[in-house]
Design a protein around this ligand. Structure first.
Ligand SMILES: *Cc1c(COP(=O)(O)O)cnc(C)c1O
Length: 357
């Protein structure tokens, strides 16, 4: 990967930036967008010349396949600014590869690596003023692809639109998170699309999550679809359990999203001497560990929050509280990752990617 742009991109700049209208102190996550968006259409069997133009509504046929069959995948990544105004992405190659893994599962053509990286870098250069320095401030980046061919016949689309839109965000804090372990509904099944960031995976979670919220839980911990006895993901995050001093997390499979945060945390934890086990984690062992006091922490891991500590979980209508720890793994690991992201520490893994403005 390099920051030299080799892709031809048709650029139309906004006449006047909207940035002065934005209250950066009171941003609602993912609801304000930067001046520009990246767009590239797949027609006649190939990706056309990419464009960057002012962020604006799209005009689409009501029969576009994405509206009827949900043929769409997305990514979530962030850009960070250090105190000197340098801009960084975190492991963008991982998101570039993953959107094509997701696309393949949904029969969407792969998006060329250099279009993805060059589009992203050009957009960052154009909209870098929307990235604010300071702990927790970042630019949330949403690449996505959708089926645009008109026609309600239920078959794979011939046309697609790939886009990148960007949203400035504040630190992601959801308050104290309590979760409910799924005993009826499922997020993903063997042979399904759980490992893909497919739009429909999220739509399908909203109803079970709504039921959990009505009971006072913010998220659902998803279990395996066939037996509901293995713990797999927390809402839209990967999930980690600390029993005694060992971290446990489910292994990657076709039901688990291969999170960039997850794999980064595993690497850091191992290198910091924390024992990590990637294996199937049973509901039974976690309930038993909660009862005998060996369960120390549960946290979700994902780009939006890096780590989201969980304070309690419910199973069989019984609520189990987690202890409040000083210097938890969640705090230590979050600091390690964010220090790399914000250029406050060495980057022994080469995960930081500077976008030269
Ligand atoms: C995106 C996502 C994650 C986290 O992935 P990151 O690359 O760490 O952001 C985990 N689980 C699900 C279901 C996801 O959609």
């Amino acid at each position: 990967m390099s920051t030299n742009i080799s892709t031809k991109i048709d650029i139309q700049k906004i006449a006047k930036s909207r940035i002065s209208e934005v209250d950066f102190e009171n941003l609602v996550f993912g609801s304000t967008f930067t001046d520009h968006m990246f767009e590239c259409d797949f027609v006649d069997g190939e990706w056309q010349t990419p464009k960057i133009r002012p962020y604006q509504p799209l005009v689409m046929e009501p029969s576009s396949k994405v509206f009827h069959y949900g043929q769409a995948v997305f990514e979530g990544m962030k850009a960070y600014k250090d105190e000197d105004g340098k801009v960084f992405l975190f492991r963008p190659d991982q998101n570039q590869k993953r959107i094509n893994i997701s696309a393949k599962r949904l029969a969407i053509p792969e998006f060329p690596e250099e279009y993805f990286m060059d589009g992203l870098i050009t957009l960052m250069k154009m909209d870098h003023e929307w990235i604010k320095p300071g702990e927790g401030n970042s630019l949330y980046i949403r690449p996505f692809v959708m089926a645009t061919e008109p026609g309600v016949v239920a078959s794979r689309s011939n046309n697609y639109k790939f886009m990148i839109i960007c949203s400035p965000v504040k630190p992601y804090y959801k308050g104290e998170v309590k979760v409910e372990i799924a005993q009826k509904f499922s997020r993903a099944a063997d042979g399904g699309v759980g490992y893909a960031k497919a739009a429909g995976n999220y739509g399908a979670q909203f109803y079970p999550t709504k039921l959990a919220i009505e009971k006072g839980y913010q998220q659902v911990i998803w279990t395996d679809a066939s037996t509901h006895s293995f713990l797999e993901e927390a809402g839209t995050m990967n999930v980690f359990f600390r029993v005694n001093d060992t971290l446990l997390t489910a292994p990657i499979s076709d039901r688990i999203l291969d999170g960039v945060t997850r794999k980064s945390l595993i690497q850091i934890a191992k290198d910091q001497g924390i024992p990590v086990e990637e294996r199937r984690v049973t509901v039974k062992e976690i309930v038993a560990a909660a009862q005998d006091g060996t369960l120390k922490e549960i946290f979700g891991a994902g780009t939006a929050a890096v780590i989201s500590p969980i304070i309690a979980f419910a199973y069989d209508e019984i609520e189990y509280d987690l202890p409040k720890l000083e210097n938890s793994y969640a705090q230590q690991l979050k600091k390690y990752v964010t220090d790399i992201q914000y250029n406050r520490s060495e980057d022994p893994y080469g995960w930081r990617f500077e976008v030269k403005i």
